[in-house]
Design a binder for this molecule. Structure first.
Ligand code: PRP
Ligand code: URA
Length: 208
């Protein structure tokens, strides 16, 4: 489908805090969720709505409401959790699933450890969330998993994406659009995105 880089000045401003190695955990978390919220406006642009009649203090008119089963948000654990509050603050009716996949630090291969999805996930558009798209292994694993669970409409939302990861996801899953706040230069020899922002999970949870 497409790669959409959401180049908004507010996002760029907040992203600079995330990149700064001296940013503390609280500020990091706050800015990450704020970016997720700003990105949600763009990611949800084509959500289906139903027409309803609404009565204003003056007269009846037509309004639009999100369809009941519009969205499920699925963060890839752990770091994806850092974007969930920002998204659901705008779409509070979203159901939330979780997929646990971590990257083996030596092989860079995705390793699965957990999954719990809403029972009606097949009927929903899924926003799969992970701040970092590096080699693409974790995202591809999660998309495969969701498709095997019957999901038909998936968008992938991340904060920073490496061109290598984008190419791999689009090649494997051409039907999935990727929304990112920034496409970075590439991957270093350890599979880290550069300039990037380091290990996002560790920075969100203060584990390093
Ligand atoms: C990070 C990140 C992605 C993955 C990206 O997670 O949050 O899930 O690496 O790398 P890839 O595109 O090469 O697969 P990590 O494995 O560090 O786990 P964590 O979220 O638990 O820290
Ligand atoms: N995971 C991260 O948290 N950061 C990277 O740069 C790559 C993978």
């Amino acid at each position: 489908m497409a790669v959409i880089e959401i180049n908004h000045p507010l996002i760029q401003h907040k992203m600079t805090y995330l990149r700064n190695k001296d940013t503390d955990t609280k500020t990091f978390r706050e800015n990450l969720n704020e970016i997720a919220k700003l990105m949600t406006y763009e990611v949800t642009k084509s959500l289906p709505v139903d027409e309803v009649i609404v009565e204003t203090p003056l007269m009846k008119t037509t309004g639009h409401v999100l369809q009941d089963k519009a969205i499920a948000v699925v963060p890839i654990l752990r770091a994806g959790l850092g974007m969930v509050d920002g998204i659901v603050s705008l779409v509070p009716t979203a159901k939330i699933g979780h997929i646990g996949v971590y990257r083996n630090e030596e092989t860079l291969e995705p390793t699965y450890y957990y999954c719990k999805l809403p029972v009606d996930i097949q009927e929903r558009k899924v926003i799969l969330v992970d701040p970092m798209l590096a080699t693409g292994g974790s995202a591809i694993y999660a998309i495969d998993y969701l498709k095997n669970a019957g999901v038909k409409d998936i968008v992938f939302m991340c904060l920073v994406a490496a061109p290598e990861g984008i190419a791999k996801v689009l090649q494997t899953h051409p039907d999935v659009s990727i929304y990112t706040a920034k496409i970075d230069q590439g991957l270093n020899e350890h599979g880290y995105i550069y300039p990037g922002l380091g290990d996002c999970g560790d920075r969100i949870f203060g584990t390093k």
